[in-house]
Each structure stands twice: as C-alpha cells, then as structure tokens.
Design a protein around this ligand. Structure first.
Ligand SMILES: NC(=O)c1ccc[n+]([C@@H]2O[C@H](COP(=O)([O-])OP(=O)(O)OC[C@H]3O[C@@H](n4cnc5c(N)ncnc54)[C@H](OP(=O)(O)O)[C@@H]3O)[C@@H](O)[C@H]2O)c1
Length: 152
C-alpha cells in the first residue's frame, strides 16, 4: 500500500501514512505469537519509513493501541468494556487522530499511554507472563462464545 501512495505524496510535496500496530509489540505474546511478532515488525517498519520520508514532508505514524471496542474484540466481555479494556472506538479515534503530525508513535489514548508506561517499567519476562495470562483468558472467552453460538 505504501509503495502505491508514496510516489503521489512525493509529487504533491506532502502526505501522511498511519500504520496500525498494537500494544502487542511490547512483548512476545504466547498464544498470540504471530500477532505480536507482526506488530513488532509494523513498528520497526514505520519508524524506518518515518526517517526515510521525512525529507519529502510525508509523516509516518505508528499507532499502538491496547483494547478498543471494535469487531475484533467483540467476542470478549473483558476486552470490550470500560475505558482501558475496550475503549469506545469513537473516543479512541478522536483522540488518536489528534496526534497525527505531532508524534511518530502513539498509543492513541491517554489510558493506553498510562498502561504502556507502567508496563514498560516491568522486566520483559514479566510482561510476557502477563500478556500470556491475558491472551489465554481472551482465548477461553472466544471458545466459550463459539460453544454458546453452536448451542443456539
Ligand atoms: N481493537 C483493538 O482492541 C485493537 C488493539 C490493538 C490493535 N488493533 C489493530 O487495529 C487494526 C484494526 O482492527 P479493528 O479493531 O478495527 O478490527 P475490525 O473492527 O475487525 O476491523 C478490521 C478491518 O480490517 C479489514 N480487513 C480484514 N481482513 C482484511 C483483508 N484481508 N484485506 C483487507 N482488509 C481486511 C476489515 O474489513 P471488512 O470490514 O471489509 O471485513 C475491517 O475493516 C488491526 O490491525 C488490529 O490489529 C486493534
């Protein structure tokens, strides 16, 4: 996608690319290993692109949310409620878009920024264990929902 839009942005002398990573980049997540690895990749790609494209007046931003109430998290009661777990998508996007052009990386929402900061204080082995517990809990909720839907 970036390869398609960058030539046009260079011609017009401005542009913005927003890549959606996730807080999942903060630690390898057992039970969501590929997901967390790809989000780490997206962050690395975005930061490199940001420097490459800076001179063309093209902003590249990497958004790294925690849990937002969307289709993706709908299966889980835990991940789709409240301010931190399951931030309403309207509140999240309103806040995240405000940071475009101001910062190359953002969690997108204040509560996510607080949690990200607190997590960054922990050693990686502990972040992995916490992430594993959350992922396994969400997985159980997903499996339960599958069973409930089959029984309907
Ligand atoms: N929700 C969260 O808590 C959360 C947290 C961190 C990061 N993220 C990231 O945010 C991004 C958006 O997720 P979301 O929560 O907004 O999920 P979502 O509501 O399920 O939306 C996913 C979007 O991706 C599109 N899509 C899915 N597969 C596609 C494909 N193969 N080709 C093209 N488009 C495709 C879907 O299109 P259709 O509507 O046409 O199916 C939909 O518009 C994801 O990268 C996710 O990892 C989400």
């Amino acid at each position: 996608m970036s390869r398609i839009v960058i030539p046009q942005m260079k011609k017009q002398g401005k542009g913005a690319i927003v890549n959606i990573a996730s807080s999942a980049h903060l630690a390898p997540i057992p039970s969501a290993a590929v997901y967390s690895a790809t989000k780490r990749y997206v962050r690395s790609l975005s930061l490199a692109m940001e420097r490459e494209l800076f001179k063309y007046n093209i902003a590249v931003q990497c958004v790294q949310p925690f849990f937002v109430r969307t289709q993706l998290t709908q299966f889980s009661k835990t991940l789709s409620r409240g301010t931190f777990f399951g931030t309403p998508v309207e509140a999240f996007t309103r806040s995240a878009v405000f940071t475009l052009g101001k910062t190359q990386e953002t969690t997108g929402y204040w509560a996510h920024a607080v949690f990200s900061f607190l997590l960054s204080l922990l050693p990686e082995w502990l972040r992995i264990r916490i992430a594993h517990a959350v992922a396994d809990h969400a997985r159980k909720e997903w499996l339960k929902k599958q069973v409930e839907e089959k029984e309907k």
